[in-house]
Every structure is written in structure tokens, then in C-alpha cells.
Write a protein that binds this ligand. Structure first.
Ligand code: ZN
Length: 137
């Protein structure tokens, strides 16, 4: 029996499966409306702007700025206990949507609003990679 509880991983649905499959290849894609072109994040079947069910996937910039963040302290899920205190940031992508993730390689007390970040990858298990962030190069 493992002493380390398993980290929860995404459970893709029909709308988000292309996103997570791309993440496993370390490709960062965003869903766009096939009718009006609005970016759709998180992935979903219907466009909130025009109600179209058409969509397409395009490579994203993988760049953005920190919009907000929190530092998680215990109690947390057992799988995250040895990571505390850890950050959870909200990134405003260059494409205009916001996404949550962890910022890597930066001490928590040096995180700042507006910090430029770029996509990084955390390989958590075979076939599952999570988008994360690091300072932009
Ligand atoms: Zn639309």
C-alpha cells in the first residue's frame, strides 16, 4: 500500500476531452466558437455569446499575466499535504480568458499581480499532464 495518496486528475467530458488530450502531448489549445469566433474557456458544448454548438481548437499563446492568487495552507486534501504551502494562481491569458493553475519556480512571497507567465507542464501520471505556469522567458 502506497503511503502517498493519489493526486486527483481531470475527468474529461465530451467538450473538454480535446483540451486534455492536447495537454498530454504538452500542447496548449483553446476552444473557439465555429460561428462567431469567441474563445470558449473552460471548454463547453455551446457558445455563451451566440449559442452555437460549432467549435474548433486552435493553438494558444501559452502566455498571460497573473490576475490573482492564493496560498493554500493545511488542511488540504491528503494528496496535497506535502506541497503546502502552495500557490494557486489565476492567469489572464493573452487570449482574454482566465485560467487557474500552479506557478512553478517562484517563491510564494515573490508572486505579484501582473507578473508575466508562460505555460509549463506537470506530468502527474501516464497520459495525464496538467497545465501549470512559470515566469515568462
Ligand atoms: Zn459563438
Amino acid at each position: 500500500m502506497s503511503s502517498q495518496p493519489l493526486r486527483p486528475v481531470p475527468g474529461p467530458d465530451d467538450a473538454s476531452e480535446p483540451f486534455w488530450e492536447a495537454c498530454a502531448r504538452h500542447e496548449f489549445l483553446l476552444q473557439y466558437c465555429g460561428a462567431c469566433g469567441a474563445v470558449r474557456f473552460p471548454p463547453r458544448p455551446m457558445c455563451p455569446a451566440c449559442n452555437s454548438f460549432d467549435s474548433e481548437w486552435r493553438p494558444a499563446s501559452g502566455r498571460g499575466r497573473i490576475w490573482s492568487w492564493v496560498i493554500a495552507h493545511p488542511p488540504v486534501l491528503p494528496a496535497f499535504a506535502d506541497r503546502t504551502p502552495y500557490n494557486v494562481i489565476v492567469v489572464e491569458l493573452d487570449e482574454g480568458v482566465r485560467m487557474i493553475g500552479n506557478l512553478l519556480d517562484v517563491p510564494n512571497d515573490q508572486i505579484a499581480e501582473g507578473m508575466e507567465v508562460e505555460i509549463a507542464w506537470e506530468d502527474v501520471e501516464d497520459g495525464v499532464s496538467l497545465p501549470a505556469w512559470r515566469p515568462a522567458s
